[in-house]
Design a protein around this ligand. Structure first.
Ligand SMILES: Cc1cc2nc3c(=O)[nH]c(=O)nc-3n(C[C@H](O)[C@H](O)[C@H](O)COP(=O)(O)OP(=O)(O)OC[C@H]3O[C@@H](n4cnc5c(N)ncnc54)[C@H](O)[C@@H]3O)c2cc1C
Length: 363
């Protein structure tokens, strides 16, 4: 593995030239998820950061199309001017995450709980395949049921299916007010029991996260302020002992979760898909075995694990193997990407062959 200097094409034609000139290509954005950008020495690195800008924004249709190298923060600003947003809480956006990198790494923040993850918001893409042909997949309208939903395949593809050039998202209107409730818990089991309980209620919470190290459950509400207040009172009568965070505290909290800053600079951060039912046991098992920081997001659907020593990744992987979980390293200086990876399935091999017959983009 090495850090070859990146080619920085300024146009789709230049991307095509770069792809055709190489036998192995690693496509990157702003490299905010370094382990996912690691590559073999023989790879040419093609950065799509220059392919930037919103191409089309239709507030009345709740969709936008932008070049894949556009920073998510830029898009968020454009949307905010019209009271709209991406409700899945895109991650690492202050670090400079691009739209393409966000899709390819498949990362969604706490908002995935109520609104769905990034795969629910990506509706179309212009993609360069392994033979440098450009194809359009999906569409530019929300109601589009024609054909296979190919854009979804790009979510989590880590640059292996092709180079995303342009992407189309649906967006949502931003609710008028946000409130964050903080609830101390006695154990991670109590926290996930409360998560499951809260998810079943009519409260329609926007996010339910649990910070393992401080045994604190956080619940975020979005809606009219008066409705938030009434529902918070109902939650308090159920769980008791709630604290309402002020706006600055709440912003700092959710930013630290979406930026993965809670773990401290330089940590190796690993995403571990889970379920509300299994997250507490998984965290307790990991925490009992090794020094690690843990955070449960998306009402238990994701466990984030952060550790400082690279050697700890081996120990974490053996725990994941034992408990049949998988991990994806998204931050930190290590080149390791997958912990306990699964073997490629026939369908995955067939998709890879169809998109990238010469294996140009395959790691
Ligand atoms: C040809 C065709 C193409 C389509 N293409 C797409 C597509 O590309 N993308 C997409 O997302 N969807 C598509 N759809 C789905 C379609 O848009 C949805 O089915 C529709 O929006 C749902 O509304 P409905 O009126 O059919 O609800 P219904 O199925 O008629 O009703 C659903 C429920 O809502 C209740 N209900 C309905 N209307 C009312 C009312 N006014 N007041 C109170 N209760 C009510 C009904 O009692 C029922 O319980 C397509 C549908 C068709 C027929």
């Amino acid at each position: 593995m090495s850090s070859n200097a990146a080619l920085q094409p300024n146009s789709i034609d230049e991307v095509r030239d770069a792809v055709l000139a190489s036998t192995r290509v690693k496509v990157v954005g702003n490299q905010t998820k370094p382990p996912l950008c690691s590559h073999h020495d023989s790879c040419d690195v093609v950065s799509l950061g220059q392919l930037s800008g919103v191409v089309e924004y239709q507030p009345s249709e709740y969709t936008f199309t932008a070049l894949a190298g556009t920073k998510v923060s830029e898009v968020a600003e454009v949307l905010a001017e019209r009271g709209q947003y991406l409700p899945f809480d895109p991650m690492r956006i202050r670090a400079g995450a691009t739209l393409g990198g966000t899709i390819a790494s498949g990362l969604s923040g706490p908002g995935r709980f109520r609104y769905g993850s990034i795969r629910d918001f990506l509706i179309g893409a212009k993609l360069m395949l392994g033979d440098a042909t450009v194809v359009h997949v999906g569409g530019k309208v929300v109601k589009n049921a024609a054909g296979f939903d190919i854009p979804k395949l790009l979510v989590g593809s880590a640059g292996e299916l092709g180079a995303m050039l342009e992407v189309t998202f649906k967006v949502f209107p931003k609710p008028p007010a946000t409130a964050t409730l903080k609830l101390p818990c006695e154990s991670s089991q109590q926290a996930t029991d409360r998560m499951a309980d809260a998810a079943l209620r009519r409260w329609e919470l926007d996010a339910i996260d649990y910070h393992y190290d401080t045994s604190t459950l956080y619940m975020r509400q979005r809606g009219p302020a008066e409705a938030n207040r009434l529902i918070a009172a109902e939650i308090e009568s159920q769980f008791g002992n709630l604290e309402r965070l002020d706006e600055d505290e709440a912003n700092a909290l959710w930013n630290s979760i979406t930026e993965l800053n809670w773990s401290g600079d330089g940590s190796h951060v690993v995403k571990i898909p889970s379920t509300t039912r299994h997250a507490a046991t998984l965290c307790d098992t990991i925490a009992a075995a090794m020094p690690i920081q843990l955070h449960i997001s998306g009402c238990g659907n994701v466990v984030w694990a952060a550790l400082t020593e690279e050697d700890g990744l081996d120990e974490l992987e053996s725990l994941l193997v034992t408990h049949n979980h998988r991990g994806l390293c998204v931050c930190g200086p290590s080149n390791r990407t997958k912990l306990n990876p699964h073997n490629e399935t026939n369908i995955e091999a067939a998709v890879q062959q169809a998109f990238d017959p010469t294996g140009r983009f395959k790691s």
